[in-house]
Design a protein around this ligand. Structure first.
Ligand code: 3SL
Length: 241
């Protein structure tokens, strides 16, 4: 297996040649997706475009849908929810389809959706993703960070490093065996430097700071945890997990 880390959708090759591609948005879209599915959402359907989300979700029975919309960290007017994973309670989500649009995470997912196998990952479901990948053994694996409006974000790269590091250990392979690009090596180094202080790293991250200004302390605490959810969000049809 060769693993390639891309920091943003913009830096991801457009040829979609990966056997398996994984979108990462630790703060907070892929943490929310994992949580919603874990607590019993029927599915999550992701859109980069808000109008499209409104249009498609209109055809779904109102009692079986929830609309989550985030722009700039805040809830979009007219949606039921913003993008906090802590809002994904079993009472609210069970049996419902979550229609979601976010600033960057849903764009990252859209950029890889033509790959044969598409997953979403966050720190909270890292080990479930690692086990799935070890079972499937894709020849080429992409980890795609969402970043923030085209620029690098620490939290997505540290999660890519957490996945890569666990794959290396659990597949018993070397860095040379696994790493397909330099970004993979730097993601592993970032993770190994911060693995015992992930919450602190999220506090340093620019998007972490943005969320703290919006009162998101509890979200940061939740999203900084590793391996707490045994869930693999896998794309069943374009944009639907
Ligand atoms: O950019 C995104 O996709 C979001 O996850 C950002 S936020 O954490 O909801 O502000």
């Amino acid at each position: 297996m060769k693993l390639f880390v891309y920091h943003t959708p913009e830096l991801t090759p457009s040829d979609r040649t990966a056997d398996c591609a994984i979108a990462i948005d630790v703060l907070r879209a892929t943490s929310t997706i994992a949580t919603a599915l874990h607590v019993g959402a029927e599915a999550v359907q992701a859109f980069s475009d808000l109008d499209k989300l409104m249009q498609v979700s209109e055809d779904w029975p109102a009692e079986k849908r929830l609309r989550a919309g985030e722009r700039g960290g805040s809830k979009v007017t007219g949606c039921d929810l913003g993008n906090s994973p802590l809002d994904c309670t079993p009472e609210l989500m069970a049996g419902k389809r979550l229609f979601i649009t976010t600033t960057n995470g849903t764009r990252a997912l859209q950029c890889i959706q033509a790959c044969p196998v598409v997953l979403t990952a966050a720190l909270i479901n890292r080990q479930a993703i690692v086990e799935y990948v070890l079972k499937q053994q894709p020849e080429t694996l992409w980890l795609v960070g969402s970043g923030w409006e085209g620029s690098f974000s620490l939290e997505d790269t540290v999660c890519a490093g957490a996945i890569a590091s666990a794959l290396m250990t659990q597949a018993n392979c070397t860095l040379e065996d696994l790493a397909g690009n330099d970004e993979t090596i730097s993601a592993i180094a970032l993770y190994r430097q911060w693995q015992n202080n992930l919450l602190e790293l999220l506090h340093h991250a620019s998007h972490g700071q943005r969320l703290l200004r919006l009162d998101g302390q509890e979200d940061l605490k939740y999203c900084a945890q590793t391996d707490i959810l045994d869930i693999v969000p896998i794309q069943k049809s374009p944009g639907v997990l």
